[in-house]
Each structure stands twice: as structure tokens, then as C-alpha cells.
Design a protein around this ligand. Structure first.
Ligand SMILES: Cc1cc2nc3c(=O)[nH]c(=O)nc-3n(C[C@H](O)[C@H](O)[C@H](O)COP(=O)(O)OP(=O)(O)OC[C@H]3O[C@@H](n4cnc5c(N)ncnc54)[C@H](O)[C@@H]3O)c2cc1C
Length: 436
């Protein structure tokens, strides 16, 4: 089996990268180790309006359960900061249906999908551009499908990708392999690329819950979820997703089982007065997973690109990975197709992807990491002070106007330039000055 581009992992980043590679003329295979697209789910399913449109989708009943326009931020001392975005800022989605919609769009563009197909290795064949192919060229097992236009001129066979398909070993030949295989990326390991800097362990249940407003999420920063935050996300008036993620670097060792997200979740459900009063005591669904923050130094090597969680592209402030993953996947698909059709699979050629995605997302991720670390380092008393300091009508108006889940730096800059900057400097110390 020979393809210009093989994408490993049919999550949102993989389906989007595959679709864009096909749209740019490549013959593309998308492989997924599971028997189903979009399952198991490892996500809270809160997608900004921008994340949905970045995936070239319009909100649809097929995957949207609910719309969200704001957040109640609950300080550790119980005070509440109401942030009202005034209009829809995000959707609560079925990740299963969302992922399937994206995979179907890829198929419409000509992508072949192979389920129950797990990548188990990676072997480089020949990387001299324009050499006319090397050892192993065109000699792989399976049929040689007629390439799409353009790929006849590809001189370089690229990579052998050993897979287990329905448990049986096979080998696929690829020009470029895009590793979209999530936070535990094997493709990153096979290609000798680095790991995301930190992985935040997360946990979530879906359960009966009576939110104060079904179009507001609730956030609980501080010791409710050390180094990150806990959340409730309303699916409807009766059911919410209740979860949290931790940053292990900021978990204070109390000698108890404090490193386990499950112990935090139990504590949130059983002892947080606000949550306890609204939680129905049941569990309809259970999700665990890791959120990678801080991309590795390199996301490309000869013939290989990483995208989405595999490339540590999730936002360090919210943990959202769909928007940045889709943004980068579109570039990855386009560059992979171009490189494969030119027959230049070199690191230099594929570096165009690394350069372009960092140009679009790099600064925001860098600022996000600083904000993440700053908040993670705060004690509960400092968070109480910070949240209290933001709870002023003029500041809330600025947050309403400029708050952006995907680009929090825009709001931070506006706050710095606002009439409240002196007050905010007292609250944030010199932090705001140092991050820009
Ligand atoms: C608790 C939690 C809550 C979250 N909440 C949100 C949220 O509300 N909003 C948001 O935007 N993001 C959220 N995220 C992050 C979001 O889930 C990820 O950023 C997103 O799923 C990444 O997409 P992806 O396509 O890169 O990887 P994934 O969605 O992880 O897809 C990777 C795919 O690769 C497949 N795969 C893995 N290895 C192989 C292999 N060797 N061969 C073949 N296939 C393979 C997997 O089966 C999987 O289907 C959350 C994450 C967690 C853990």
C-alpha cells in the first residue's frame, strides 16, 4: 500500500490534516487504532465558536448539545466572579459525533480510512530528494493503488509504516507520516522527536447537576485542582460534566493521595459546598486523559510531522486542544501534500510546517504557559485576592468585550492599557508587565 501522506490517529487533528492533504492533491490514508472514530472520549467537549469554525464546521444539532455564553469563576473562599460574554462563546459538544463529522468530511475529500489499524513502528527508506527512490521503493506488500495526480512524479518512497491491522502485521509505504496520535504519541517516539513539556492528568464525570444557569460554565481554580482548575460544564439544565485537571508540578505534598485526580474529584463532589448542593450523586459517564502543554522543540523530522496533542499544541490556560490542533493540522496537511508530491520529504522542506504553526500559535502558547505557571504558583489566599480584585464593573466590562478563550493575551493587554491598570498591577504584581 503506497500513499503520499499517511495520518496516524483519527482525532480532530488527524482528520483535519488528512482532509487538507487530500484537498491539496495527495493520496491520503488515515489510520485509527480503535474500531470506532471518536471513542473513547478524553475531553470535556467545550469548544469555542472559533474552534468549530476553524474545523470548517457550522454548529449543528449533529454534535452540539448546548451553547455557553459565560463563566462563573469560584474563588477558593467561595466568592464568585461572574463573566458574561453576552452572546454564545462556546458549544458543549458530543466529541464522538464531532470527531465522526470531521472524519466524514475527510472521506468526502478522498481520504481512505482504515480502522483497527495501529502504527507500531516507523522505518525511513530514503531521504535524498530527487534521487529517484532508494531501497524499498515501491516494493511494499499489498496493492499499488493508482496514485492521485501529481504523485506519479514523487521520486522518494519516504517511510515504511508497520501496522497491526485487525491484529495482523502489515506495512504501509508513505511519503510523509503525520503523527496525530494524541498525547501519548508513538510516532513522536519512533521519529525521535521530543515530548510535550508537561502533561496535566484530567478526570471528568457526566452526572445529574442543577446549574444556576445552563449557559454558564463554572470554574474552580486553586487547591480544588492544584496547578489548574476544576469545572462544571452544563450539557443541559439537568446534566453537567464535572471534572478537573492538575499540574503535578504544583501539587503540594500533604502526605495524602494528593497526586491522584480522582481524590480531588471526590473532594470536589463531596466537600465543595457549591458543587455538593447541586450534584445529584450519580455518574452517567467517566472520562480520563492527559492534556499536553508546552510543545517540544521540534515537531518535524525527515518525513514526519506531529500535530495536535502529539505536538503539545493544547492551550496552557484552558487545556483546549481542538482550536490549536485544527489550526496546525490545516498547515500540516497542506505542507505534507506539497512535500510528498514534490518528492522532497526532508526535514528542511517539512520545517515550513513547524515555522508556520509556531508563527500562528507560538506566541499565544508561550504567554499561556507563563500565565499557567503564574496562576499555578498562587496560594488560595492570593487567588481570593486576585479574583476579588477583578470583580469590579469596569474590569468585568473589559473582560466581556475582549475575553477570548483562544487568545487570552488580547484581554491581558487590554486590561494593562485600561484605567484599571494600577489596580491590576497591585493584584498581579509585575507579572503582567513581564509576560509581554
Ligand atoms: C479531561 C480533558 C478535558 C478536555 N477538555 C477539552 C475541551 O473542553 N475543549 C478542548 O478544545 N479540548 C479539551 N481537551 C483536549 C482535547 O481533548 C485534545 O486536545 C484533543 O482531543 C486533541 O486532538 P488530537 O486529534 O490531537 O488527538 P486525539 O483526539 O487524542 O486523537 C488521537 C487519535 O489517535 C489514535 N491513536 C493513538 N495512537 C495510535 C496508533 N499508534 N495508531 C493508530 N491510531 C492511534 C487514538 O485512538 C485517537 O483516536 C481535554 C482533554 C482532557 C484530557
Amino acid at each position: 500500500m503506497m500513499y503520499d501522506v499517511v495520518v496516524v490517529g483519527a482525532g480532530p487533528a488527524g482528520s483535519t490534516a488528512a482532509r487538507y492533504a487530500a484537498m491539496n492533491g495527495a493520496k491520503v490514508l488515515l489510520i485509527e487504532e480503535h474500531a470506532f472514530i471518536g471513542s473513547p472520549v478524553g475531553c470535556a467537549g467545550l469548544l469555542s465558536t472559533r474552534a468549530v469554525s476553524e474545523c470548517d464546521l457550522k454548529p449543528s444539532d449533529e454534535f452540539v448539545f448546548n451553547s455557553v455564553r459565560g463563566a462563573f469563576v469560584h474563588a477558593p473562599d467561595g466568592q464568585c466572579l461572574p463573566i458574561d460574554g453576552k452572546h454564545t462563546k462556546a458549544y458543549v459538544v458530543s466529541r464522538k459525533n464531532f470527531d465522526r463529522t470531521l472524519a466524514a468530511m475527510a472521506v468526502e475529500e478522498g481520504v481512505e480510512i482504515s480502522l483497527r489499524t495501529r502504527a507500531v513502528g516507523l522505518e525511513k527508506i530514503n531521504f535524498d530528494p530527487g534521487t529517484g527512490g532508494g531501497e524499498g521503493s515501491g516494493s511494499e506488500s499489498g496493492s499499488k493503488s493508482e496514485p492521485k495526480s501529481g504523485s506519479k512524479t514523487r521520486k522518494n518512497p519516504g517511510l515504511k509504516l508497520p501496522v497491526l491491522k485487525n491484529g495482523k502485521p502489515e506495512t504501509i509505504t508513505a511519503g510523509v507520516v503525520i503523527g496525530a496520535d494524541g498525547v501519548k504519541s508513538q510516532i513522536a517516539r519512533f521519529a525521535g522527536l521530543g515530548r510535550p513539556k508537561t502533561v496535566l492528568p484530567g478526570i471528568q464525570i457526566e452526572a445529574s447537576y442543577a446549574p444556576d444557569a445552563a449557559d454558564f460554565v463554572e470554574l474552580f481554580p486553586g487547591s480544588a485542582a492544584s496547578g489548574f482548575f476544576a469545572w462544571t460544564i452544563p450539557v443541559n439544565e439537568k446534566v453537567s460534566r464535572i471534572g478537573l485537571a492538575l499540574d503535578p508540578r504544583f501539587v503540594r505534598d500533604t502526605g495524602r493521595d494528593e497526586r491522584l485526580p480522582l481524590s480531588y474529584l471526590r473532594r470536589l463532589l463531596e466537600t465543595n459546598p457549591h458543587v455538593k448542593a447541586r450534584y445529584g450523586g450519580d455518574m452517567l459517564d467517566f472520562v480520563v486523559g492527559g492534556i499536553p502543554i508546552g510543545p517540544p522543540e521540534k515537531t518535524v523530522s525527515d518525513g514526519v510531522m506531529l500535530v495536535g496533542d502529539a505536538a503539545g499544541q493544547a492551550k496552557p490556560t484552558s487545556g483546549g486542544g481542538i482550536y490549536p490542533g485544527a489550526f496546525a493540522a490545516k498547515i500540516a496537511g497542506r505542507v505534507a501534500a506539497g512535500a510528498a508530491l514534490e518528492g522532497d520529504l526532508s526535514l528542511e522542506r517539512l520545517s515550513e510546517y513547524d515555522r508556520l504553526w509556531r508563527k500562528g500559535l507560538g506566541k499565544e502558547l508561550e504567554i499561556g504557559l507563563k500565565v499557567h505557571d503564574y496562576i499555578g504558583n498562587l496560594q488560595d489566599e492570593q487567588l481570593n485576592e486576585l479574583i476579588g480584585g477583578l470583580n469590579k464593573p469596569s474590569i468585568l466590562e473589559t473582560i466581556t468585550e475582549y475575553g477570548d478563550m483562544d487568545h487570552p493575551s488580547v484581554l491581558l493587554k487590554k486590561l494593562m492599557l485600561s484605567g484599571n491598570s494600577l489596580r491590576l498591577m497591585r493584584v498581579f504584581g509585575t507579572f503582567l508587565k513581564t509576560i509581554f
